[in-house]
Write a protein that binds this ligand. Structure first.
Ligand code: PEP
Ligand code: MG
Length: 578
């Protein structure tokens, strides 16, 4: 009898094959007192495990075939770097000394502390970096507990064409499995933004995370279908189901071939209106995907990463070097650097408001920077200096009033003077833009537009603040609605305000990369989109099959005369137009 299990689809595609179940179970750690005279031995045991973990990761890194994309090695490098991080290594040693406890317990205490910090983070992507911490800590724990290796043991012969089902996978394991011929995987744990999920998309193997119950319901060698788009696992499919998925697989193949042919083509509508498609990046290494997908530039470079996992913020020089590397890699394509968008809950420079009950409404992003100029000024200097070497734009997150904008513009002017005095080069005409992410900013878009060079709509936050829904609270996720008429009205206002002021408007929130909304946005007059590189060809495909002349009146009708509950249906109708 067939059985279906569901999880979160993180990498689309259909795989049909035999199950290979690898369950390692949870790691149970007990607190054991260590006598005073054995403390140093315990510390050596801990350091020994850290060293073995390092050797394991280095060996995996060396085994990555030469033709593998560079960013895959980066994920393993991230784990290697964590092994040098005081948070994961020095603090447990302090715990062993202070509490006289075993290394496993000291490491567990530190894991719990780090996880608590991650859980409070406002940025969903950064929050899920917790998975990386878990993967590194689990590797050390397994070595300490001597439960075999820190790595999943896999028999390479049996993995060709297998679908791996497991409790969790590290990025390193994912790389190994892919090279052993695994065609898909599903895990019980892990989030959609984990590095493992990102890797699966990057190597294009279908994958599901959060598929609870795998170990109870599926056995080795059972035939299963894994649908990475729907997040579905079907065990022992009957003939009809199998035929359905074989056909779906064939359609996916055709679709991928079609999308691949689009990479070199421009994004231009049927009525010949060119559309700019840019990429959102977080790490300098994401640049590779920007050129692979042939994006016209970077519409959002989130700089938060530079500030994370360290006790002091990066100085001007470090930031400058980092921006320079991105500029060089972009080879003349524009780069939009967003100034620090740190939430109030993330400790920087000892100046935080963690513990406040509404961090999303608190001292975050530009508010934090304006209050903490020793944090902001080095970044402004670094961005301005980098602007001398390529087409750099500077973008300010979360502005809610033009007074804030005036402060920022004054600081930029002051920083330019400072650089002049220091004889440091910068581009005097660097373009400055505002992110429109707060309803107040959308309603004042005309005022903002008259004072800056571009506007960028951040729908992730705009939706959160318009609908009063914490974007990271699962309990209210169901209310998070990009098609809410209030959201659409605000987006339209910003586009109109930009047009009237002759200032370009782009969108860099997730909505821009969702092909379901492409026609709606085109019809609203949006002509610049910035999104995850992986979404680019699909959005381009929609653009290249759309006519703005046809869409504009239909979208006007939708915005002005369609009852809220009919809006999703009308958007579907737009999407089905030939
Ligand atoms: C947004 O809010 O839409 C956005 C792009 O910024 P972030 O997701 O980084 O808050
Ligand atoms: Mg935002």
């Amino acid at each position: 009898m067939s059985l279906a299990l569901s999880g979160i689809g993180v990498s689309r595609g259909v795989a049909i094959g035999k199950a290979h179940v690898i369950m390692r179970g949870s790691i149970d750690v007990l607190e054991i007192s260590i006598p005073e005279n054995l403390i140093e031995d315990e510390i050596s045991r801990f350091l020994g495990a850290v060293e073995t973990a390092r050797q394991q990761l280095q060996s995996i890194r060396q085994r990555i075939p030469k033709d593998t994309r560079a960013d895959i090695a980066t994920f393993i490098d991230t784990h290697l770097l964590m092994l040098d991080d005081a948070t994961l290594v020095t603090t447990p040693i302090e715990h062993i000394r202070e509490y006289g406890c075993n290394a496993e317990w000291a490491l567990k205490l530190q894991r719990d502390a780090v996880v608590a910090v991650f859980a409070q983070m406002d940025d969903a992507y950064l929050r899920t970096r917790r998975d990386d911490v878990d993967h590194v800590i689990n590797r050390i724990q397994r070595l300490l507990l001597d439960t075999g290796q820190g790595e999943t043991r896999v028999d390479s012969d049996s993995l060709e064409n297998a679908i791996v089902l497991t409790d969790d996978l590290t990025p390193a394991e994912t790389v190994l499995l892919e090279h052993q011929g695994v065609i898909a995987f599903a895990t019980e744990y892990g989030g959609p933004l984990s590095h493992t999920a990102i890797l699966a998309r990057s190597v294009q193997i279908p994958a599901i995370v959060g598929a609870h119950g795998i170990q109870h319901y599926i056995q080795d060698d059972e035939t299963i279908v894994l649908d990475g788009l729907q997040g579905l696992l079907i065990v022992a499919p009957d003939e009809r189901t199998l035929a359905y998925y074989l056909e779906k697989q064939e359609k996916e193949r055709q679709r991928n071939t079609e999308l691949a042919t689009l990479t070199e083509k421009p994004a231009v509508t049927l009525d010949n209106i060119p559309v700019t498609l840019m990429a959102n990046i977080e790490l300098p290494d994401d640049i590779e995907a920007v050129s692979r997908e042939n994006a016209s530039g970077v519409g959002l470079y989130r700089t938060e990463f530079l500030y994370m996992n360290r006790s002091t913020p990066p100085d001007e020089e470090e930031q400058y070097e980092c921006y320079m590397a991105v500029i060089e890699a972009l080879k003349g394509k524009p780069l939009t650097i967003r100034t620090l968008d740190m939430g109030a809950d993330k400790e920087v420079d000892g100046n935080t408001s963690s513990g406040r009950s509404n961090p999303a409404l608190g001292l975050r992003a530009i508010r934090l920077c304006l209050k903490n100029l020793s944090l902001f000024r080095p970044q402004l200097r670094a961005i301005l200096r980098a602007s001398f070497h390529g087409p750099v734009r500077m973008m300010i997150p979360m502005l809610s009033s033009t007074q804030e904008l005036h402060q920022v513009l004054a600081l930029i002017a002051e920083t330019k003077n400072n650089l002049l005095r220091r004889n440091l080069a910068f581009s005097p005409d660097i373009k400055i833009g505002c992110m429109i992410e707060v309803p107040a900013a959308a309603l004042s878009a005309a005022d903002f537009a008259s004072q800056v060079d571009f506007l960028s709509i951040g729908t992730n936050d705009l939706i959160q603040y318009t609908l009063a829904i914490d974007r990271i609270d699962d309990e209210v996720n169901y209310l998070y609605d990009p098609l809410h008429p209030a959201v659409l009205k605000l987006i339209k206002m910003v586009i109109v305000a930009g047009k009237s002021a002759g200032v370009p408007v782009d969108m860099c929130g997730e909505m821009a990369g969702d092909p379901r909304f492409t026609r709606l946005l085109l019809g609203m007059g949006l002509s610049e989109f910035s999104m995850l590189p992986s979404a680019l060809q699909e959005v381009k495909q929609v653009i290249n099959s759309s006519s703005i002349t046809k869409l504009a009146p239909l979208v006007d009708e939708l915005l002005n005369h369609t009852a809220p509950d009919r809006i999703p249906g009308s958007v579907d109708m737009l999407n089905s137009l030939n």
